[in-house]
Design a protein around this ligand. Structure first.
Ligand code: PEP
Length: 255
């Protein structure tokens, strides 16, 4: 089970310090880690290294993801950050193809595929986001959208596997209409995505399925089904450390 806090373009060093102070008050992080529960924070680029130092000094078993990276290896790409730089900072993995990147920065399916290849070759864990807009849902074209977004990435993953790269890939189903809106999908929607991924791409993809879209402490239990949902990508609710602790408690509370 994987949980990811996407901080988006939020937080400062002070805010990160307070956030980690609040998480440090919980004594079950090592227990959860030993049960195979992995928690990642995804801060903006400037805080990746600071966050790593803070987590280490507090002995918190929490990983770090970047929110994006460049598809190119290195060179004249002003303003971009490479996979090798993320690796150099000790980052564990990277969110790729988030709908906000697709919507506001014109990120294409083929760019997401390129980035996934690059991440895998550098040893970064890719979390690939996909999901339909409300219009696409209304038009009944969800499954075409899922296949169009996941397909080119999966081809690259298959190639990486043939080259002996075994790093897992996670696939975050994030319906655009649910992100930051307070509307969540229901478990039946996620089951349908899971069935579709299994049919089109096989078990490996289905077994890396995460859900994201307005998850909070009220909705999380109802969205959880063993064998279908392998974790959650959470934006708004995970800006608040109390909410992180409440969600962990709902999902994994028993000692
Ligand atoms: C996200 O940004 O990936 C996300 C799921 O945000 P929220 O939880 O706010 O919908």
């Amino acid at each position: 089970m994987l949980l990811i806090a996407n901080w988006k373009m939020n937080m400062t060093r002070n805010a990160i310090t307070s956030y980690l102070d609040a998480l440090s008050g919980e004594d079950r992080w090592a227990v959860w880690r030993d049960r195979g529960i992995r928690f990642f924070l995804a801060p903006p680029y400037p805080y990746l290294e600071f966050l790593g130092d803070q987590l280490r000094s507090r002995n918190l078993p929490i990983g770090i993801l970047a929110q994006n990276m460049c598809a190119f290896e290195k060179g004249a790409y002003t303003g971009e950050v490479s996979a090798a730089m993320l690796k150099d900072l000790g980052v564990d993995g990277v969110l790729l193809g988030h709908s906000e990147r697709r919507q506001y920065f014109g990120e294409t399916d083929s760019a997401v595929a390129e980035k996934t290849s690059r991440a895998l070759s550098l040893g970064l864990l890719p979390v690939v986001c996909f999901g339909e807009t409300w219009e696409e849902r209304e038009a009944g074209s969800c499954s075409e959208v899922w296949t169009r977004q996941v397909g080119p990435v999966w081809e690259r993953v298959v190639k990486a596997r043939s080259e002996g790269i075994g790093i897992p890939v996670y696939w975050a189903y994030e319906p655009v209409w649910a992100i930051g809106t307070g509307r969540t999908a229901v478990l039946d929607d996620i089951r349908e995505v899971s069935r579709h991924l299994r049919k089109d791409f096989g078990e490996e993809v289905a077994s890396g399925l995460l859900y994201g879209g307005s998850v909070n402490d009220d909705s999380v239990s109802g969205l959880c089904e063993k064998g279908t949902v392998h974790g959650f990508l959470v934006g708004t609710a995970f800006l608040e450390p109390k909410c992180v602790l409440r969600i962990f408690d709902r999902l994994f509370g028993s000692r």
